[in-house]
Design a protein around this ligand. Structure first.
Ligand code: GRF
Length: 204
């Protein structure tokens, strides 16, 4: 914890950053006073998430495996940045790369992810973006939702922290279902972080 009593987190993302924006709104708007955003990391230099961070004066780092000669140098750079910003937990928000094992080891039980379906169904390798919603619709599901879970070495398999359901409606397309799920994600992630921060405060 910082002296002001907040838990500094890093947010990792590869794309537009709407979940990051929702977390940021909650942090700045006092719905999530337990958290501060110390760093934003993206593997993609064009990512909207980096732009949002820049606009709000939050340290933003483009860190991609391609910038480094080998995996060890990449992991060292990533861990070094997390340590120098005193990051205590990580929220993945649309991060399309696997988190290196050394980072998972250093932050075990302190990395969260949001997934746009009701895990453990519709998760795992290849289940991202529109593929998730296509699979839910193809299976004829009557509901879907969003899940915040802890991250371990296996894709989408860590302990589930919080889930919320949405109905699948007649005539839904992957895009309409994605939009309904995304609206719920924006409520769910700040709420999951609030609960997670409470558990960290109790254990520190
Ligand atoms: C979200 O649907 C999230 O569940 C998934 O990736 C998407 C990220 O969207 N992991 P955004 O960048 O937060 O807008």
């Amino acid at each position: 914890m910082t002296r002001s009593g907040t838990i500094p987190i890093a947010v990792f993302g590869s794309g537009r950053g709407s979940n990051f924006q929702a977390i940021l709104d909650a942090v700045r708007g006092s719905a999530l006073p337990e958290i501060s955003i110390a760093l934003v990391v993206s593997n993609n230099s064009d990512a909207g998430i980096l732009e949002i961070a820049g606009t709000h004066g939050i340290p933003a780092l483009h860190c991609s495996r391609r910038q480094f000669p080998d995996e060890t140098a990449f992991e060292a750079a990533l861990l070094g940045a997390l340590r120098s910003h005193r990051v205590e937990a990580i929220a993945l928000a649309g991060y399309m790369k696997k988190v290196p094992a050394s980072v998972i080891g250093a932050y075990r039980g302190r990395i969260l992810n949001i997934h746009p379906a009701l895990l453990p169904r519709y998760g795992g390798q290849g289940m991202y973006g529109t593929h998730v919603h296509e699979a839910v619709l193809a299976a004829g599901e009557r509901e879907s939702g969003a899940t915040v879970h802890l991250v371990d070495e296996e894709y989408d398999r860590g302990a589930i922290l919080l889930q919320r359901r949405v109905p699948v409606l007649p005539g839904d397309t992957p895009a309409s279902l994605a939009a309904r799920v995304l609206e719920v994600e924006h409520q769910l992630y700040p709420e999951a972080l609030r609960r997670f921060a409470a558990t960290m405060n109790h254990s520190s």
